[in-house]
Design a protein. Sequence first.
Length: 266
Amino acid sequence: MMEHLGWAVEDTIAGFWALGGETRTLNGARLIRNRLAPHVAYCNVVTGLVANGSGQVRALLDDAVEWIGTAAEIYVGPRTSSATEATLLLEGWSPSQTQVEMVATDVIPAPRRRPAEIRPARTSEDWACLEALFRMDHDEEARGAGTALRPIEYTTEAVTARRVKLPSVAYWIARCEGQPCGFFASWARPGATMAMVEDLFVHSEFRGRGVATQLLHHAVTQARSRGIRPVLIRADAADWPKSFYARLGFRPVAVTRYYAWPSRTR
């Protein structure tokens, strides 16, 4: 059961980031790139990497980086062998992020409080609000990691890469007292075995009011409205939200990593 979920996780993640971009198969690996977001690593990634020996890995990744661009990262998921991952390390690639992949199959408890009004992002004004919130999120991440702030262009690319996923992916904006205070996304492919919720963020001034719980419950409900029961959410292994998700019924099913050249940043 866990192996089945782990493989479904990998397929779901690759499918999500491929939306709005281009894909190519190279020696069994799936290459994903998004020309609208050339500096956003998770939009430009190699998945399903399987290779025997350093020479084969080096040749494949040279071709992949040439096609994708220098922002390319390697996704290491449940299907990636330990030998392939070890070869990545030998070739100079370094882990840039570790994710805990969590899946809910049971009912997510309804929030006791509903402090926000939640509506889909549809208009240009909605997406301008989303970009402002994404910028807050990016700045907060950088300060927490002690790294330099990303340029404004990075945030614009990241938001553009998400907007082109419409209408397959629904983006939800929460408003408290009429002010945009958070967002989340939900995605469920017709006929898929797993849905996905992604990009949970709440403005710091509105935390502790139950906005995150309300957004999560809303997004999961929407994702399941197409009859798909398992719902995936991703959590940075070094950050606290994984415990929040676990309290609401998400269970860890896989650990995944992204690899990059040391000189590259997400």
